[in-house]
Ligand binder design. Structure first.
Ligand SMILES: Cc1cc2nc3c(=O)[nH]c(=O)nc-3n(C[C@H](O)[C@H](O)[C@H](O)COP(=O)(O)OP(=O)(O)OC[C@H]3O[C@@H](n4cnc5c(N)ncnc54)[C@H](O)[C@@H]3O)c2cc1C
Length: 512
């Protein structure tokens, strides 16, 4: 039995803790804030409730496995999972709208044909088939195994070349079918393979942006994300996604994990043998441990243990954006046919990307806004009211220096954009609360409130996260900033990988 010190009570750290405690290790979680869950929070006021972190759970199998392996009650006994159906509605700048059903390819084809013209559904399906091939090829090394010491295999994109257009007659006899080179980026896929249907290019680009990726640079294999989303569906947790963090915390308590809240770790102790030996705490004191797990942002871990990434070749620096969230308490009942998740696309996507990723000044930015309208009585005081959450991807650190007025003006833009999907929205607002990247930074410790996306293959490895085993023996990294990257499901997977590495050693190659 080993003594394990865990830094942070985010989802990745709690997932690793529960697995290790089941194996008999003594686990203590040191969390600097007063609560568990990291960025998975809930805002409650006047009977309204809002998820201020993720709004939909993808790949629930990750948490099913975690609950199955760490206790007697399975996930569905601890939280109520509700399929999000329709999966989402997209409202495009020209007024076109497409409502995509959950996990139904035929339904998606019909919806896209009617929104974007005959053939659009088939073109999207062909794209998702290529996304499937990426997922099948990349899945094991990319998310199910620890990052290999030489991640070279993941530096190249798995996105396949589209089949060549049929050559006819003499031409065919002369050269035979010649495969085209695969596109390099999401934008290339949009311009080339989806060029006949601009709506589909916008749809794919939005999928990349929703995870915080710049579609102009993100590898074409990003197409595996809409494939995964469509195939495995999206799920809402009754009571709000925060209920999943609560259930995981409860599971940790059942496994007798100790939580020390209000306890900030200021350094990782390293013994004379160079191994991690415990943690130093703010205000003095500390705790010895046989192994240390850090579920904190990469930049923070580099401060706590300066040698942690000594053996990692620096990767291309990529801007990781933050989120802006506007919680709206509305008078009036939720319409019976309201969709859980609607994406209102920006009429100036190029300008939006230039602001988020290129540092262009924030003038005349038209944000892409996600409108969340869960049908959940637990989130409203009564049926005569509704709780709606708006989110947008924004640059990390936006409005950091006293920019409250600018942040409020941006929130106005978000409400106006959401009004294109929910007519009369602005007139129904009783009150609103605006949560800027500074709030995310306060909750997670991530500089500028940056929210890391899932790891991707391709682009020379620029979209991979840091390895779970650090250069300091006995010190491990877990959660969204480490392999296999950010997001609820991915953080859960990182917990399984770190627990496996500690229990089985460096030869652990993922659970089979
Ligand atoms: C606004 C927002 C929207 C999101 N949307 C989605 C989404 O739609 N879909 C999705 O899948 N994911 C989404 N995510 C990401 C997802 O919530 C995270 O990837 C996931 O919860 C994993 O978090 P984590 O384990 O990295 O821990 P984090 O949530 O980053 O928590 C880190 C914890 O460590 C603590 N800590 C930091 N430094 C110290 C220290 N020195 N000592 C002690 N404690 C410390 C912090 O207080 C915090 O509790 C979103 C996140 C945010 C913030």
């Amino acid at each position: 039995m080993a003594e394990i010190a865990v830094i942070g009570a985010g989802m990745g750290a709690m997932a690793a803790s529960a697995r290790l405690a089941l194996a008999g290790h003594r686990v203590t979680v040191h969390e600097r804030s007063g609560t568990h869950g990291g960025g998975v929070r809930r805002l409650e006021r006047d009977g309204f409730g809002f998820d201020t972190g993720p709004g939909v759970l993808h790949l629930p199998a990750v948490y099913r496995d975690l609950f199955l392996k760490t206790g007697r009650r399975k996930l569905e006994k601890c939280v109520e999972l509700v399929p999000v159906d329709p999966a989402e509605r997209h409202v495009f700048p020209d007024g076109t709208a497409a409502t995509l059903p959950n996990a139904s390819r035929a339904g998606v084809v019909r919806a896209l044909d009617s929104a974007a013209g005959p053939g659009a559904g088939e073109a999207w399906t062909a794209l998702l088939d290529r996304g499937r091939r990426v997922w099948e090829a990349a899945r094991r090394p990319l998310v199910e195994e620890p990052l290999p010491a030489d991640p070279g295999v993941l530096a190249a994109d798995f996105y396949p070349a589209a089949p060549p257009p049929p050559a006819r007659g003499l031409l065919r006899r002369l050269r035979g079918p010649r495969p085209a080179a695969p596109p390099a980026t999401v934008a290339d896929v949009g311009a080339g393979e989806l060029g006949a249907y601009p709506v589909l290019g916008a749809l794919l680009a939005q999928h990349a942006l929703a995870y915080g990726f710049d579609p102009r640079h993100a590898p074409a294999g990003t197409a595996m994300l809409p494939y995964v989303q469509e195939t495995f569906g999206g799920w809402y947790v009754r009571g709000g996604i925060r209920a999943l963090a609560d259930a995981l915390y409860e599971r940790c308590l059942e496994r007798r994990i100790e939580f020390a809240f209000g306890t900030e770790v200021v350094a990782v102790r390293v013994g004379a043998d160079g191994r991690a030996a415990g943690v130093e705490l703010a205000g003095g004191g500390g705790a010895d441990a046989d192994a240390v797990i850090a579920g904190v942002p990469r930049a923070r871990l580099a401060e706590l243990a300066p040698g942690a990434y000594a053996d990692v070749a620096p990767r291309a620096v990529r801007a990781v954006p933050a989120r802006m969230t506007v919680c709206l308490a509305l008078r009036g009942a939720r319409d019976g046919d309201a969709v859980h998740r609607t994406v209102v696309h920006s009429p100036d996507a190029a300008g939006e990307l230039a602001w988020i990723f290129d540092g262009r000044p924030e003038t005349d930015v038209s944000p892409t806004v996600t409108v969340l309208r869960p049908d959940d009585p637990a989130l409203r005081p009564d049926d005569g009211h509704e709780a709606v959450t708006l989110t947008a991807v924004v640059p990390a650190g936006a409005w950091a220096d006293g920019g409250e007025k600018a942040a409020e003006a941006f929130a106005d833009l978000m409400v106006a954009a959401a009004g294109r999907a929910v007519p009369g929205l602005a007139e129904r607002v009783l009150w609103r609360e605006v949560r800027t990247p500074a709030d995310i930074a306060a909750e997670t410790g991530a500089p500028g409130g940056a929210v890391p996306g899932p790891a991707l293959a391709g682009a020379g490895g620029a979209y991979l996260a840091q390895p779970n085993a650090t250069a300091v023996p006995g010190l491990y990294a877990v959660g969204g900033w480490s392999h296999p990257g950010g997001g609820l499901a991915h953080a859960g997977m990182s917990g399984a990988l770190v627990a496996g590495l500690i229990m089985e050693g460096a030869d652990f190659r993922g659970s089979r």
